[in-house]
Design a binder for this molecule. Structure first.
Ligand code: C2E
Ligand code: MG
Ligand code: MG
Ligand code: MG
Length: 291
């Protein structure tokens, strides 16, 4: 047996690897249990128009409702699931739940035209995806224009012709394509001309910078956002800013010309039954004010 007293560098290293292996195995087991027992659910976070503050749509964010450990966030789950390949099955669950939930939300007065934006990993782009999305949309009485496909540069990076065909198909029957986390990583402006992008989502790090960074960095990031917004508009894309937490950030984003905002300032991602209760309360209040 190896020493665990920490004097031996190798054994500390082994312990760390063992810990990670154990954590990974635990997440893998949770994923399998969640798929078998329908523990995956799509939570909805509103995306609002910066001029009117009215809700235009929602981003569907994956949650795993573990009966013992409670609600699990997606970051660790997604990275393990992308390695093992289970992201494909999880993605199907989230997609179906998101569209079924949107159909319910759309029955609330004033919400009829809302959309849902669903996140997709590269591995989910297989040839049957467009037909499956079309089938789900039809089954729940939604128009394809109410479905937004959120992708990151990871999907576009290798310029895979199969992925391009799938994106073109989705786009041609009316789904919209959103480029997530734009402005970070290797995100290239040429994605906007090479792929059928309809929506550009400015990464949270830029929005955060509006409030916190030193004046000089703040100003530079603001100029970058103005530039991204101007270019996106020229390319006929709508611009969404994510991670909006304060009124000050919101005011600045509106001045920059950003079309829509998403963040804790408006709402955290919510379980759909709770969201529907909230929306119904607001709709009833509006109705009684009009009546
Ligand atoms: P994302 O697509 O960029 O989603 C935005 C993340 O920002 C979400 O984290 C959301 O809860 C969080 N967020 C929203 N507003 C604010 C805010 O005002 N402040 C801060 N600090 N955070 C905010 P979440 O739900 O933990 O998701 C993390 C990432 O996991 C997502 O980033 C996305 O890349 C991935 N993901 C989530 N759901 C799915 C899914 O169904 N499929 C796949 N493939 N990936 C998913
Ligand atoms: Mg997203
Ligand atoms: Mg994002
Ligand atoms: Mg992200």
């Amino acid at each position: 047996a190896r020493k665990r007293d920490g004097k031996n560098g190798a054994s500390i290293y082994d312990e760390a690897i063992l810990d990670r292996t154990r954590q990974r195995a635990e997440i893998e087991a949770d994923i399998e249990a969640a798929l078998a027992n329908s523990w995956f659910e799509a939570h909805f976070q509103p995306i609002v128009d910066t001029r009117t503050r009215s809700t235009m749509g929602f981003e569907a964010l994956m949650r795993l409702r573990h009966p013992r450990k409670g609600l699990q966030s997606p970051a660790a789950i997604v990275s393990v699931a992308e390695e093992t390949g289970s992201i494909d099955r999880i993605g199907n669950e989230i997609l179906e739940d998101a569209l079924e939930s949107l159909a319910k939300v759309c029955r609330i007065p004033g919400m009829e035209r809302c959309y849902v934006a669903v996140n997709f990993s590269p591995l989910q782009f297989e040839h049957s995806l467009p037909t499956r999305i079309a089938a789900h949309a039809a089954r729940f009485g939604l128009s394809p224009s109410q479905v937004v496909i959120e992708i990151t540069e990871a999907v576009l990076m290798h310029d895979n012709p199969e992925i391009r065909t799938i994106l073109d198909q989705l786009h041609s029957f009316g789904c919209r394509i959103a480029l997530d986390d734009f402005g970070t990583g290797y995100s290239s402006l040429s994605y906007l001309s090479r792929f059928p992008v309809d929506i550009v989502k400015i990464d949270q790090s830029f929005v955060k910078s509006l409030g916190t960074d030193a004046v000089e960095i703040k100003q530079k990031n603001r100029m970058l956002m103005e530039g991204i917004t101007a270019i996106s508009h020229k390319m006929n894309c709508i611009v969404v800013a994510e991670g909006v937490e304060t009124e000050e950030q919101f005011t600045q984003l509106r001045a920059i010309g950003v079309d829509c905002a998403q963040g804790y300032l408006f709402s955290k991602p919510m379980a759909v039954p709770d969201l529907i209760t909230n929306l119904n309360t607001t709709a009833n209040l509006l109705e009684s004010r009009i009546a």
